[in-house]
Write a protein that binds this ligand. Structure first.
Ligand SMILES: *[C@@H]1O[C@H](CO)[C@@H](O)[C@H](O)[C@H]1NC(C)=O
Ligand SMILES: *[C@@H]1O[C@H](CO)[C@@H](O)[C@H](O)[C@H]1NC(C)=O
Length: 513
């Protein structure tokens, strides 16, 4: 939902107030990953049925050769691109900075992250001092966590101290410049007109004069407001330095993330006979996936399901519920709804259901002993929808299943902190795969490229076609999936001029060698 919503937000905020009103009705189980609404409230599903029964029975009996497993779990080989060695090309801090830059950032955690990186770059372009960015409360996620509550602010300032000056708060003389001040009237110090992907020159021509006149410029909206092409090399590098080095989470998030990673790698064994214990560990320690885990980022929420306009097998009740949702939220104006389900699927425009992503993972060579961490907030249809995936991967875990109540208490109900924990676990997994494109997917593709870690990118168009073909048997499906994903496992892809530097950090942010 986050990505879609951000998209709407960007285009005009019209849906926001509607969503706020509707939210308690539409999404009663926002923060429970596998939670589903009580049946009395929601009878939209006649329990979503598995749609690919014959593939499913093939997948449940899958045989995966050892060679296949070791290929799958092997780390990526070096690819000729590395993180650059720190070079101090004597960065110059302006002696008298041109005033203060303030930004207010919309969206979920991963969108805000990009906004923070861009804010540092814009402050650098203008030789201004950056005020620690203000994170807006997202109307859906309702998390009011501040920058300081999510990111380690001392580390942030310290890593960037030779590049730009950053202050936590405005000095007394500018303390009037607040979100509330800008909310009630048109103000000379507010820059409201930054175009999407504005150039460095745009900032020099439009924001520098504001800084020179008033000593401060507050830019909002700011998401996606700095171009990716035609920027000086040092600005691009700075953006990457912010994303990959300066932005770290607060210690308690890292600790919780680390604890989850450890529990995934070294699970507690079931209490059983000693003989069995020894047998298990010998067998396991020979396995290619021993001590390893894969993260599945699964976004399959109602907003996404409705927006895609695809049919997900929940029958007439579900189709009506989704159509109603489209009507209420977008007055029925959803691009995809002009196509049939079959057309959408063959173009790869339908999000993969938990069942389908399970079949994909099984065909790629993940066996039933795979430790699978589900990075997800909630699944439309709840446990009924997720049960096929769980059948294929009984060792599936998530934030809830791996933590104690005490551990969870600090982050519970705080969407950004929960997203931060998922970010940490995802970044540190052996393999990452996302069931749908979006901000989290892009952020991980970029960060894991920077770390040269394995990331599988589902070939949506191919999968759409394979799932439409009802005459395909398991071995044909498996073969086609493997062939179609051979070059989608983290092989380096160089950024094209308009693409995001945060998704494609090479060549701008990495060095050859
Ligand atoms: C920023 O500082 C650098 C180095 O002193 C200078 O070359 C550049 O012109 C300055 N830019 C602005 C917008 O003040
Ligand atoms: C479906 O799969 C079968 C078996 O691989 C293949 O022979 C057939 O051409 C496919 N049909 C379509 C419509 O792609």
């Amino acid at each position: 939902m986050r990505v879609l919503l951000e998209h709407h937000l960007q285009r005009g905020g019209v849906y926001v107030s509607l969503l706020v009103l509707l939210l308690p009705v539409l999404c009663p189980s926002l923060f429970s990953p596998l939670g589903h609404a009580s049946p009395s409230l929601f009878s939209e599903w006649n329990s979503p049925k598995p749609r690919h029964l014959s593939l499913m029975s093939g997948a449940l009996q899958r045989q995966i050769s050892n060679e296949q497993k070791s290929d799958l779990w092997a780390p990526l080989p070096p690819q000729g691109w590395k993180q650059c060695k720190q070079t101090r090309n004597n960065p110059i801090l302006p002696e008298v900075p041109n005033g203060y830059i303030q930004v207010f950032l919309d969206g979920g955690l991963n969108q805000q992250r990009m906004g923070i990186c861009d804010a540092v770059a814009v402050a650098k372009i203008l030789n201004a001092t950056l005020v620690i960015p203000h994170l807006e409360v997202n109307p859906v996620w309702k998390d009011s966590s501040s920058f300081e509550e999510i990111f380690d602010v001392d580390h942030f300032i310290n890593v960037l101290k030779d590049e730009i000056s950053i202050v936590r708060n405005l000095p007394e003389e500018y303390s009037w410049s607040t979100r509330e001040y800008y909310a009630v009237a048109i103000r000379a110090t507010r820059v409201k007109s930054a175009p999407v992907h504005a150039s460095a020159n745009w900032y020099l021509e439009n924001v520098l004069p504001v800084l020179e006149s008033y000593g401060i410029a507050a830019i909002a909206p700011f998401s996606h407001r700095l171009a990716f092409d035609s920027l000086p090399e040092d600005i691009q590098r700075l953006r990457c330095k912010v994303n990959f080095q300066a932005l770290t989470f607060v210690p308690h998030i890292n600790e919780l993330g680390e604890a989850l990673v450890h529990r995934l790698r070294y699970p507690a064994r079931p209490q059983s006979g000693a003989d069995e214990f020894i047998q298990m560990s010998v067998e396991e320690s020979h396995s290619e996936s021993f001590g390893k885990f894969v993260v599945l980022h699964l976004r399959f929420d109602k907003d996404m399901a409705a927006h895609s306009a695809c049919d997900f097998g929940g029958g007439k009740a579900e189709r009506l519920a989704l159509a109603k949702y489209r009507q209420v939220l977008w007055q029925g104006r959803v691009l995809n709804s002009q196509f049939t389900d079959e057309e959408l699927r063959s173009q790869g425009r339908c999000p993969l259901t938990p069942e389908e992503i399970g079949l994909l993972l099984a065909a790629l060579g993940f066996d039933s002993q795979t430790r699978l961490y589900l990075a997800s907030h909630k699944v439309y249809g709840g446990e009924a929808r997720i049960s096929s995936l769980r059948k294929l991967f009984p060792l599936m875990e998530d934030k809830k299943s791996l933590t104690t109540e005490e551990e969870l208490a600090k982050v519970e109900g705080k969407a950004s902190l929960l997203a931060a924990v998922d970010y940490y676990v995802s970044l540190n997994s052996d393999i990452f795969i996302s069931a749908s494109p979006g901000n989290m997917h892009n952020a991980m593709v970029g960060h894991r490229t920077y770390e040269n870690s394995k990331t599988i990118r589902p070939n949506m168009a191919l999968l759409g076609q394979l799932f439409l073909n009802k005459s395909m048997d398991w071995s044909e499906f498996q073969q086609a999936v493997q062939t179609g994903h051979r070059n989608r496992q983290g092989q380096i892809r160089l950024r094209k001029s308009k693409q995001s530097i945060y998704t494609y950090p090479a060549p701008d942010c990495m060095c050859e060698g």
